[in-house]
Design a protein around this ligand. Sequence first.
Ligand code: FAD
Length: 433
Amino acid sequence: MSHEQSQTDDALHVVVAGAGHAGGRVVQQLVSLNFAGRITLIGDERHAPYERPALSKEWLTSEHEPRIDDSPIVLAPAAFWEPSALRAARVERVYDRVVALDAAQRVLTLAKGVEVPFDRLVVATGGSPRDGAIPGANLPGVHLLRTVDDSLALRRALRQSRGLAIVGAGVIGMEVASSALDLGVPVTVLEAGERVLSRCLPPVMSEWLLREHRARGVRVELGVGVEAITEAAECAAGRYVVRCRPRAGQDAFDVAADTVLIAIGVDCAPAFLAGTGLAARQGVDVDETCRSPNAPWLYAVGDVAHVLDGAGGRGGLRQETWRNAENQALAVAQAIVGCAQPYRETPWMWTDQLGNNIQVVGQPDPRDEVVLRGEPGAGPCAALGVRDGRVVSGVLVNAGRERRFLEKLVASAARVDPARLADPRATLKELAA
Ligand code: FAD
């Protein structure tokens, strides 16, 4: 009998590295699945594990400053994270950063020098926001946004700001633009690409959203690189000058701002896995049960998990979404207790901007045909992505009730008569039936 087989559950020590949304949920799921071994949850944030979507939305705009201790963003039930409750569930919570892994010995080293041996390791380290190595990115009024502390710092800055410059027109950048607008702060968005939300919206919906932002007064500059952020001379229109370089042939220009947010995505390769061969630039490669094909004791979950497509390891999917963190955590916990279920979920995310709720199902690809049901900006609307006659993705604007029917269509790659698909009188429920 191998070492792996001979170890019973009650002797197993599972270490979860990263105490955010996915890591916290893995622990809660293991406990609710009556996992009999020991669990150690290691994370470098000083808070109970929490969900992040509110950080770019209500946490910036609410009248009173939010406090994490009594906030609904803490993973429910909040009492689970009380020290006595954790002790009773045989969960040890360690507030530290993992800095090294000895894969042969299965031992982690923490920043304070402590060594933590384990039998199973779940990597749940999320992503670190990039600053693009922009000169000036470390100035005090230049922000990144990932944590509760980042959100509170940005919230306080916005309340004293004569202008916000946002580098990056992705989900977080455009959500913050919307929040700043609610606070009456003038906003300029600087985007290197040609579209807003280009990673998750088809071009027609990017164009609509761009129009909406511009109509509300957000200045959005596309095709613009940011060269540097420097301190402005006294009495200037803003504390900082953001130096912008548009496409070739156009003149460089400056944007004045008191506050700058850099929102250009995250890096997901955990530094402590560097040199172990267990992580790549895109995160930690795992199979459909969230287990590493290179080390049977290693799992990854949430933003860091790059799920291989099962066809020889080419392609794959890494999702940075609330639902992925939530449900992949269950898949990992099930795998650890010996009930592995393949994690195959149709991607879904939402964003709230300018009073619109936008939900994205599947992965819109700009090469797909788009069938519009309704007019963006004129009431509820859907944009369905169609490839080879099949529905492969969809965006809903202010039509969240249709989501489960859209998910059904996308999950089954339904082939629907194009005339019916384009006719909003035939509901998605009917089309999915
Ligand atoms: P995280 O929740 O980031 O947790 C990772 C944790 O690991 C962090 O606490 C980190 O400090 C810790 N850590 C990292 N490295 C180490 C280390 N070496 N040692 C110890 N600990 C470490 N998704 C949606 O679907 N809809 C939305 O509207 C939406 N809005 C969002 C708004 C914001 C501002 C942000 C940041 C994200 C948003 N998301 C949204 C995405 C969603 O929140 C993430 O996909 C989710 O948080 C991922 O969970 P995770 O556990 O993988 O990462």
